[in-house]
Design a protein around this ligand. Structure first.
Ligand SMILES: [Fe+2]
Length: 226
């Protein structure tokens, strides 16, 4: 079974996750040492700062700069985005181009501030699009009831950060979500060379059944690419 890091900030200079090639290569070495086979490079996309096309151009340049330094046995890198939700996002041109490459999976980050009714309506409108599947970024960082409300929409699932799995006693609902298939991906959410990958192995050892269930779900969704 492939180990897939669904959420990582490893493209040099694309966002604040990596300041340059050296940091990116160190991040990739840490991922490899942790047993990661595939890294989804999900650079931040902030629609109020940059247009979709400009973002994709920038991401392509960062990827080209990194690619020539990679070795054959390095983890495979797939290009994606962590898209910050905003009111009216359903009208963003070319939103589907922000899905993880080769898939219809959109990693959507909810704001940490109050969610307005209009914002929730926008997420619901996205969930009604048959050409997308939403994966909510780091659902472990929000209020349980609010996330469960979004899970009640069609085609909305969640991704959990590995940092939330370091706890010996995992919040009962996170475990339930993992077992029930609400959580379909795990992410290091690595920025710089912080703890993302040192926690990877620990989390896997601590919750093997839940971990495997989630990795299987991710693998199913990426099966055409692996
Ligand atoms: Fe992130």
């Amino acid at each position: 079974m492939a180990e897939i890091d669904f959420h990582a900030h490893i493209l040099p200079g694309c966002d604040h996750g990596s300041s340059g090639i050296e940091t990116s290569l160190r991040q990739i070495a840490l991922a490899k040492a942790a047993g990661v086979d595939v890294i989804c490079a999900t650079s931040h996309f902030y629609g109020h700062q940059i247009g979709t096309e400009a973002f994709l151009d920038k991401r392509a340049r960062c990827w080209l700069a990194l690619r020539e330094h990679l070795k054959e046995d390095d983890p495979r890198i797939l290009l994606g985005a962590e898209v910050l939700a905003f009111e009216g996002i359903e009208r963003l041109p070319q939103l589907e181009a922000l899905c993880l490459e080769g898939t219809d999976l959109l990693l959507l980050e909810m704001p940490f501030a109050h969610w307005s009714e209009r914002l929730i309506d926008s997420v619901e409108a996205l969930s009604e699009r048959k050409d997308l599947h939403i994966v909510l970024a780091h659902v472990d960082r929000y209020d349980r009831q609010q996330i469960e409300m979004l899970f009640s929409f069609d085609r909305v699932k969640g991704q959990i950060n590995v940092s939330s799995l370091k706890r010996r006693f995992l919040g009962g609902y996170l475990r339930e979500w993992m077992r029930e298939g609400q959580i379909v991906a795990v992410g290091s959410d690595i920025h710089g060379t912080d703890t993302g990958y040192s926690l990877w192995q620990r989390a896997k050892r601590r919750y093997p059944a839940e971990w495997n269930a989630v990795m299987q779900e991710t693998g199913k969704r990426l099966s055409k690419l692996l």
